[in-house]
Write a protein that binds this ligand. Structure first.
Ligand code: SF4
Length: 496
């Protein structure tokens, strides 16, 4: 077997962090990134947030100069960095690029310290609200290791993170108050630098292999995030593999295995009885919520959930479905309008309101706390919620659930005629959160704003419709079981 040509392989901070999670992931990152599954919307949203937070942090260094070379244009980035490091009038360099023996790093902010001999501080910017040691220190250690080997005297290493107690005022973000800084240089001493050197050598050993090392998928695949090679690594597994996957429902394992083997649904005897508590007329509700690292509205905190949209469907006793919806324009704090319009919509009657999980209940409580004038009505709405998820979990398991009770699996399994996947975000900027951020920041052109609004409303309508249709499918299943047991009883009577 041929060794891989190492001249085209570089160790980056991200591949170094991959190595700490799993050697196989490291190898795939570098040699076969095409095997990754398109990143989930949630991760894409985090990448966008990281960029926004990094941009905001540059305001802490008003005279800083940015290395403008594109991420892939390394040689130009190194040249620009070298020139800026040599220019003692430059107090801070953004996106400074360094390489030592194939290890490449980009430093969010390289701060020049003092007027004497050149000494520098590494500043890493993160959208998190505290130091995540296992995730952030290894990357900082690699940066320090590379910079010192490039001849720089690194005097300080800081993590610049979001202060979770910052409350947005009426104007722009105040960077001095929005960010907190933690000095971590004392945790990156000689022993840690030696460890980087040792790990780097083992990383090269892995990268030199002609094929990815074997690693049995398991708990490591979820720390710190679900690995993007999960689908590739589990593709050849047996049909019952998902029963052992991290996070699978241990209490359902026997049912999961039986259904996977027989490919027949499992239905509990009490499904029909439990469904009697949820009969039409009822409503189905879903909120659209944003929790931005940089708060969008005055008086809100980083990551505070802010409801900006709701979608409702009402199933009448006749089977007729009506749709209602609200989507804020994003120009001001949407919560008062969200609360008032929701109260108005579901105030038409006192029918139960179907939800899926405790998410809507939590959002209603937050809404009540942020709009005290409407709190009483919102608590009354919360009292009408009926959660369909525990009912499904207790009573139904379909082979196509594949170990999950998420609506993403439950809907296509129980309502195959519904094209549930057609609006699922593909991480291309079409996510609800990204769309609302564009609306709120006013950076949409008119036609894009119309498209974003249409997409958000369509997602809300689809999700609440899914809830109604899943309920309808459950009622049909229960009714079929009742019919069959009636036939069986009649046959028993006839033959006895
Ligand atoms: S899915 Fe798991 S085993 Fe596969 S590369 Fe990722 S962490 Fe490693």
């Amino acid at each position: 077997m041929e060794a891989i040509a190492m001249t085209r392989v570089h160790l980056t901070e991200s591949s170094y962090l991959s190595a700490l999670q799993c050697d196989r992931k490291l190898w795939l990152d570098v040699h076969a990134p095409e095997e990754s599954t398109p990143t989930l919307e949630a991760r894409q949203h985090i990448y966008r947030m990281e960029d926004e937070v990094r941009a905001a942090a540059r305001n802490l260094f008003p005279t800083g100069v940015r290395v403008t070379a594109a991420v892939e244009d390394h040689d130009l980035a190194f040249d620009q960095t070298r020139a800026l490091v040599a220019d003692t009038s430059v107090s801070a360099i953004f996106d400074a690029a360094f390489e030592f023996e194939g290890a490449r790093v980009r430093v969010d902010v390289l701060e020049r310290m003092g007027a004497g001999p050149a000494r520098f501080g590494i500043r890493a910017v993160t959208p998190s609200t505290y130091l995540k040691e296992a995730e952030q220190l290894p990357g900082l250690a690699l940066q320090k290791w590379v910079l010192e080997r490039c001849g720089l005297a690194v005097q300080s290493v800081e993590l610049i993170h979001v202060d979770p107690e910052y409350v947005r005022g009426s104007g722009a973000i105040n960077a001095m108050r929005f960010f907190a800084r933690i000095e971590v240089a004392s945790r990156l001493g000689e022993a840690e630098m030696d460890e980087v050197g040792r790990r780097r050598d083992s990383v090269w050993d892995v990268l030199m292999r002609p094929a990815p090392p074997h690693q049995e998928p398991g708990a490591i695949c979820r720390r710190p995030h679900l690995c993007e090679y999960w689908d590739a690594c589990t593709a050849e597994k047996s049909p019952t593999w998902f029963a052992d996957r991290p996070g699978a429902h241990a209490d359902r394992r026997a049912v999961l295995l039986e259904v996977a083997e027989t490919q027949k649904s499992w239905i509990s005897e009490s499904l029909g009885e439990e469904l009697e508590a949820v009969q039409a007329p009822f409503w189905a509700l879903e909120f659209g919520v944003i929790g931005a690292a940089i708060p969008l509205f005055e008086g809100t905190l980083p990551y505070q959930p802010v409801a900006f949209q709701w979608s409702l469907q009402r199933l009448a006793e006749t089977g007729e479905i009506e749709h209602f919806e609200f989507l804020a324009d994003g120009r001001k704090d949407p919560r008062p309008e969200v609360a008032a319009s929701l109260i108005d919509a579901v105030g038409r009657d006192q029918a139960p309101i179907l939800v899926y999980s405790g998410y809507e209940l939590r959002r209603l409580k937050e809404l009540a706390a942020s709009v005290p004038a409407q709190a009483e009505d919102l608590h009354a709405i919360a009292g009408r919620l009926v959660d369909l998820l525990p009912l499904v979990r207790r009573n139904v398991y379909h082979p196509d659930f594949l170990g999950s009770y998420s609506l993403n699996f439950v809907t296509p399994a129980l309502v195959p005629e519904m094209n549930y996947g057609s609006l699922i975000d593909r991480g291309d900027g079409s996510s609800p959160i990204a769309a609302f951020v564009r609306l709120a920041s006013g950076c949409d052109r008119a036609q894009d704003e119309a498209a974003d609004r249409a997409r958000l409303l369509a997602l809300g309508q689809r999700n609440t419709r899914a809830l109604v249709e899943v309920h309808r499918a459950l009622v049909e299943i229960a009714s079929e079981i009742k019919t069959h047991s009636g036939v069986d009883d009649a046959q028993d009577t006839a033959t006895s």
